[in-house]
Ligand binder design. Structure first.
Ligand code: 6R9
Length: 656
């Protein structure tokens, strides 16, 4: 077996692709160069050809019709084609691979047996679920909210929506009843699909009772379809609640896939931005599937028969594109894991890789950092010889974690694909291809086919052509899986992504481009923080805090956290009649967990008698960030503050 050794280049290491990776690769360096050039020089011709990788009911004749022009942003791909996404992910594989495993389900508790769901099984299950949804009154274009654990029924529900032409909106099972209600109401959903309980890391989240609490704040016509997962006790509202397992026994095994336009929305997924409440990112059917399946195949060098495992939750975009749609469109075997990396102990990921002979493994830097700290013996006791490709996503990966992944998990033989993308982009935009590109610890390397990144000067908005350089990352042209709009608010879509830098899609990330033209993401340049790979708008946490009766004002910033990447640091000004106390810190923490969910739980709460504000009343977050980072030397100019003395007070009383 060949291992790659790093070539030291100035201060950074470069790992050329191993001979093994090159020999196996679907795309080698020459092929990448040729295809990439073709995709940029003539996108119409390129995507006309590659759009055919999926099955169309009526073939498209128009390929790309997109505009980033301010006031007229409009994204359409393959717009006159029709298709059904579920038929692409299931039916078209039945003649050739009906008995092949589509989904391997690995439960939270390792003592519970894993399940293998073949493409034939998947077809039956999805058809039944589609018929149940139709019985509940779901029709083309209706919205269905999915609030489920990481169980196969989550995939059935997504594909059943796609089958009948309904738009799904998945709400992560860790979100609170309030967050769930906001999303049900925001999309005016007809049905919520949930389960009795969600087991995770040996604990159980009471999903059905969360849904009950949420539905009190929703229209009383909303129906609730309940999947049995643990058999835990639930309360039942007759006429509103429906028993999935019972209905599935009766439901018909066939449901005809609806003919959908390429531009019909496939799903809505709420994500955090720098202002206001989370926005509903809308993805299309045709362009999304083309790009999700193509990136899944080439970025992970997926070959027939491989076992692919993406450890994300289907509540995030990574789970949509790389557990369900990308892999299943490619006829792959995809692993769905219900648990967490450290339960029962820190070897769980590696045991699952060993047990199911996983070939491609895709996870987040935060998980790697947590596991790295537990010691190598948890990795070394498992046979990881099946692994061929390792991937990361969600946040910048620090070189220590990258090296550990490469050396200890991959034994130096598995290329690491560091994939940069977003909920909004639908699929990978920057990533090395395993047999084509060298890799560098911490770099997302190269654009995928059809992706045209530019680095802009944040002040002038001009493209920077020199190497090396640093600035904000924008995309110059559209790609098929670009989000189409914000649900119900196209203006917000334009304003968020197309107004800062006219004529470009602005991703919200800063980046560097090195001498070789390789990209390094430096993190968000807006008020979005990245906690364990989860996006969080500081504004969301602030509005949760100020909703508490004791809080007059709050400002939230990110600060460096060893495991989570970033932690949540809150400056809180109390109402005049309230006194700071440890009990109140606890109460506020719990309050935010209840308002948003445990992932938003503040790491640090500092009492702030005053916040640094400009004379126009704008909070100077730059200063708050520096204090949270314990970096008092570079606070910059504080003379424009309305009351500069608040800064001294905050420094003197820095928490944590
Ligand atoms: C897929 C996903 C998107 C934000 C994005 C960026 C960060 C994602 C990254 C990365 C550095 C990577 N991000 N992948 N940063 N390197 N490989 O994570 O979507 O939840 O919408 O987050 O995550 O800041 O803008 P999403």
């Amino acid at each position: 077996m060949s291992t790659t050794t790093a070539i030291e280049k100035s201060e950074e290491k470069v790992y050329p692709p191993s001979s093994e990776a090159v020999a196996h690769a679907l795309i080698d360096a020459a092929k990448y160069d040729e295809m990439y050039a073709a995709s940029i020089n003539d996108p119409q011709a390129f995507w006309n050809e590659h759009g055919k990788r999926i099955d169309w009911i009526k073939p498209y004749t128009i390929v790309q019709n997109t505009s980033f022009e301010p006031g007229n942003v409009d994204i359409r791909w393959f717009e006159d084609g029709t298709l059904n996404v579920s038929a692409n992910c299931i039916d078209r594989h039945l003649p050739t691979r009906g008995n092949q495993t589509a989904i391997i389900f690995e439960p939270d508790d390792p003592k519970e047996p894993a399940q293998s769901i073949s493409y034939n099984d998947l077809h039956r299950r999805v058809c039944r679920m589609a018929n149940i949804l139709e019985d509940l009154g779901v029709r083309k274009g209706d919205r269905v909210v999915i609030y489920l654990p990481m169980i196969p029924e989550a995939a059935y529900a997504m594909l059943a929506c796609a089958r009948v032409g309904a738009i799904h909106s998945i709400v992560f099972a860790g979100f609170s009843p309030d967050a769930l209600a906001a999303r049900v109401n925001g999309s005016d959903a007809k049905v919520v699909i949930t389960a009795d309980e969600a087991p995770r890391g040996g604990r159980k989240t009471p999903l059905k009772s969360n849904a009950d609490a949420a539905l009190l704040h929703c229209k009383d016509t909303v129906k609730c379809l309940v999947v049995k997962r643990t058999g835990g006790q639930t309360t039942w509202v007759d006429g509103r609640d429906f028993d999935y397992n019972e209905m599935a026994l009766e439901a018909d095994d066939y449901s005809k896939p609806a003919e959908m336009s390429a531009e019909d929305p496939l799903f809505i997924l709420y994500t955090s931005g720098s202002t206001g409440q989370p926005k509903g990112v809308v993805h299309s059917s045709g362009g999304y599937l083309v790009f999700a399946s193509m990136t899944h195949e080439y970025v992970f060098d997926y070959h027939d028969g491989d076992v692919f495992w993406c450890t994300a939750d289907v509540g995030w975009v990574t789970g949509h594109s790389y557990i369900v749609y990308g892999p299943l469109a490619n006829g792959a075997t995809t692993v769905m894991f219900e648990g967490v990396p450290t339960y029962p102990d820190a070897s769980r990921f590696w045991q699952v890789c060993d047990k199911h002979k996983v070939n491609q493994f895709y996870t987040a830097p935060t998980a790697l950092r947590a596991l790295m700290g537990q010691g190598n013996e948890f990795v070394e006791k498992c046979d990881l010889s099946s692994l061929r490709i390792l991937g990361t996503v969600g946040e910048p990966i620090n070189p220590e974690a990258w090296n550990w992944y490469h050396d200890v998990v991959g034994k130096g033989r598995c290329p690491i694909v560091d994939t940069w993308w977003q909920t909004e982009t639908g699929g990978h935009l920057l990533t090395p291809l395993p047999g084509a590109h060298a890799t560098k610890p911490g770099s997302a390397m190269k654009p995928f086919f059809g992706v045209n990144p530019v680095v802009l000067d944040p002040h002038s908005g001009e493209e920077i052509d020199s190497y090396p350089c640093e600035g904000v990352l924008c995309l110059k042209d559209s790609w098929p899986s670009q989000m189409r709009t914000v649900w119900g608010d196209h203006e917000r879509f334009e304003k968020t992504y197309f107004s800062d830098y006219k004529g470009y899609y602005f991703a919200g990330d800063g980046c560097k481009r090195d001498d070789d033209g390789d990209y390094w993401i430096t993190g968000r340049v807006d008020d979005v923080i990245n906690v364990s790979g989860h996006r969080m708008g500081t504004a969301e946490v602030e509005s949760a805090l100020v909703a508490h009766a004791a809080v007059a004002e709050a400002a939230v910033v990110g600060y460096p956290h060893d495991i989570k990447g970033q932690g949540i640091y809150c400056y809180v000004t109390l109402m005049n009649d309230r006194e700071p106390s440890d009990a109140l810190v606890k109460e506020l923490r719990q309050w935010v967990r209840t308002e948003i969910g445990p992932i938003a739980s503040p790491d640090v709460i500092q009492w702030a008698p005053g916040l640094p504000k400009t004379r126009s009343g704008k909070i100077m977050r730059r200063i708050l960030r520096k204090i949270a980072e314990n970096d008092f030397g570079s606070l910059g100019d504080t003379s424009t503050l309305a009351d500069p003395s608040v800064v001294d007070d905050l420094i003197a009383n820095r928490a944590g």
